[in-house]
Design a protein around this ligand. Sequence first.
Ligand code: 13P
Ligand code: SF4
Length: 303
Amino acid sequence: MLRQIQDEILRLKKERDVTILAHSYQSADVTEVADFVGDSYALAQAAAKVKSETVILCGVRFMAEGVKLLCPDKRVFLSHGGAGCPMAEQLSPEEIRAYKRAHPDCTVVAYINTTAALKAECDVCVTSSSAVKIVSALPGKEILFIPDRNLGAYVAARVPDKTFTFMDGGCPIHGAVGREEALAAKAAHPDALLLVHPECPPDVCSLSDFVGSTTDIMRYAKDSSAGEFIIGTENAIVAHLQMQCPQKTFYPMSKHLICADMRLTTLSDVLNCAKGAGEEITLDPDTAIKARRCIEEMIRLGG
Ligand code: 13P
Ligand code: SF4
């Protein structure tokens, strides 16, 4: 049955000139029909090059908004209308405006996991894989980094010549993993390397052998000569790696590393979007102009 749905999606992609972009957290049946699979930064780069008339983003809302910002003339569909990232809505545009009024010299850096309305108030976006490079390249010394405190701390430790301010935000899934859980996973698998996402708390990152984005974690595990890995990001990555590297062994750092929003999309949702029946992303034109600057600046500085 899954195979039949996949075949129908592939047929519709050709017939209706559709490109499918999928985040690495999506399930294998979805990634198999995608034209491109990657982390948030790679998805933004891929979106900027899309030629087709329609794009389906399989992931969460801020990613589909990002595609719409980079492809304003294309029809952009979010694979499942209910898939949001809770972190993206933790701060309000007014909070950022108020901070900027009080600190006119600061550069506001927004993690890409933010709404378009929030991006519109910021100077530049970053992703987990590009944040250090982009923040290092900024001329300003005073940085307000929103919303993820943990990613912010990871960046601040690697960019010592700037001063950082954070607001109270973060991923409710990665941020909830504690040091004890990470230590227990290491004790259970003493020969395994620990690879974690920088959305995890600093005291978890400090126990790891590698910190990186979803794509960077996958690349590291594939290239490494080690045979066992504990994966400190969404558990979909454990499954993908196990399938792609059957000779190696992958363990989840925590059984709680499951993002319900990322798991909402089914193949039937992708089929609906390919038929033109899913949720199409529309953005307020003024917000889009301002938010686009922020995301284009990310691609300019990130390379
Ligand atoms: P990446 O930048 O690694 O794709 O991470 C996105 C995300 O939402 C992680 O939780
Ligand atoms: Fe957002 Fe966290 Fe889910 Fe990533 S894992 S989409 S940051 S809630």
